[in-house]
Design a protein around this ligand. Structure first.
Ligand code: GH3
Ligand code: MG
Ligand code: MG
Ligand code: MG
Length: 295
C-alpha cells in the first residue's frame, strides 16, 4: 500500500452474499482489510472512498451489470495501478473479451479456489507496489508526489546552505473540500483537484515545482522568489480557481482555497521550520475565513 505498515484494502463487489462472505473471511485470516459491496452503487462509492488496492467484480449485480460498473471506475483504477479482476460464473469467450476490452486486469471463473487466488493476489499487489514506489508523479493530478517533494526540497535546502540560493514555498489547501465530496460525490471532488492542478500548472513559472502534499493539499516551490512575488503568483492562481465554474447536473458551484507562504530565509535554512511556518500561515488563512493567503 504505502509502506507505512498500513493494511491493504480489498474491495469485493458481488451480489452473491455467500460467495463474498466466504472470500472475505479467508482474506481477513490472511491479514487483509476487506470491504464488500452488493450493488453497483455501493461498489462505486466504496471504490472512490476507500481507494482499495485490489477489486473483484461480478458481472451480474442486483442493480446493474458489473461491466457497466467497470467502465465507470476503470480509468481511475488504471491511474492508480489498481487491478480489477472480474470473478464470474458466466465464463464465456464473449464476456472474457468484453472484460479485457473495457480494462479488467484478469478474468477468474467461479468457483474461486482460494489457495490459487491468494498467491495470485499477492503477485498483483506486489506489482502495484513496485510501480508506485518507482513513480514520482501523483496519478490523479499529474503533480509531483510527496516522495519527489522530499527529495527536491532537500536539494534546495542544500543549495541554500552552499550558495545562499533562496526559495519560497506555498501550501495550498482546498476550502471545505469535504463538503464538495459530500454534496457532489468523490468523482466531482476528483475533478476539482484536477482542475486546480491544471490552473496551477498553467499559472506557475517553468522553474517552479508543484507537488501534491496530501489529499487536497498542494505545495508550490518557487526558486529565486521573494515572499511578495510568491504572493502575487499564488493570488493569481487563487483568483483563477475561484472563478472556475464547476457544473453537475445543471447546477453550477465554485470552490476556493486558502494558502500559506514562507521563505527559506526566515527559517535559518531548516526544512522542518519552513514546513511548520508555511503550515501555520495556512492555518491563519483558514482562521481568517478562508479564500485568502497569509505570509
Ligand atoms: P478546510 O476548509 O478546513 O480545509 O476543510 P476541508 O473539508 O477541506 O478539510 P478536511 O481535511 O476536513 O477534508 C479534506 C477532505 O478531502 C477529506 C477527504 O475525504 C478528501 N480527500 C482527500 N483526498 C481526496 C481525493 O483524492 N479525492 C477526493 N475526491 N477527495 C479527497
Ligand atoms: Mg487539508
Ligand atoms: Mg484538513
Ligand atoms: Mg481543506
Amino acid at each position: 500500500m504505502d509502506g507505512c505498515g498500513e493494511k491493504e484494502t480489498i474491495l469485493l463487489i458481488d451480489d452473491d452474499r455467500e460467495f463474498i462472505s466466504g472470500l472475505k473471511e479467508n482474506l481477513e485470516k490472511n491479514g487483509y482489510v476487506v470491504a464488500v459491496a452488493v450493488t453497483a452503487k455501493e461498489g462505486i462509492e466504496k471504490f472512490y472512498n476507500l481507494k482499495p488496492s485490489f477489486v473483484t467484480l461480478a458481472i451480474s449485480l442486483s442493480d446493474s451489470n458489473g461491466l457497466e460498473l467497470l467502465q465507470k471506475i476503470v480509468t481511475v483504477a488504471q491511474q492508480a495501478f489498481t487491478p480489477i479482476a472480474v470473478v464470474s460464473n458466466q465464463d464465456t469467450l464473449e464476456n472474457r473479451i468484453l472484460s479485457y476490452e473495457i480494462g479488467a486486469t484478469d478474468f477468474i471463473s467461479k468457483p474461486l479456489y482460494f489457495d490459487l487466488f491468494l498467491p495470485y493476489l499477492k503477485n498483483r499487489l506486489k506489482s502495484k507496489k513496485y510501480i508506485e514506489e518507482s513513480s514520482t508523479v501523483d496519478e490523479l493530478t499529474g503533480a509531483l508526489n510527496r516522495k519527489a517533494m522530499e527529495k527536491i526540497l532537500k536539494s534546495f535546502i542544500a543549495s541554500f546552505h552552499r550558495y545562499q540560493r533562496i526559495f519560497t514555498v506555498a501550501m495550498i489547501d482546498v476550502d471545505f473540500f469535504k463538503k464538495v465530496n459530500d454534496k457532489y460525490g468523490h468523482l466531482e471532488g476528483d475533478r476539482v483537484l484536477r482542475t486546480l492542478s491544471k490552473i496551477i500548472r498553467r499559472e506557475k513559472r517553468e522553474s517552479d515545482y508543484f507537488f501534491r502534499y496530501g489529499g487536497e493539499e498542494f505545495l508550490l516551490l518557487m526558486p529565486h522568489t521573494t515572499l511578495e512575488d510568491a504572493k502575487h503568483l499564488v493570488d493569481r492562481i487563487r483568483l483563477a480557481f475561484q472563478r472556475h465554474p464547476f457544473t453537475v447536473g445543471g447546477e453550477t458551484f465554485h470552490v476556493t482555497f486558502s494558502a500559506g507562504i514562507a521563505s527559506i530565509r526566515s527559517c535559518n535554512g531548516k526544512l522542518d521550520v519552513l514546513l511548520k511556518q508555511v503550515d501555520d500561515a495556512l492555518y491563519e488563512s483558514k482562521r481568517k475565513g478562508r479564500n485568502c493567503i497569509t505570509l
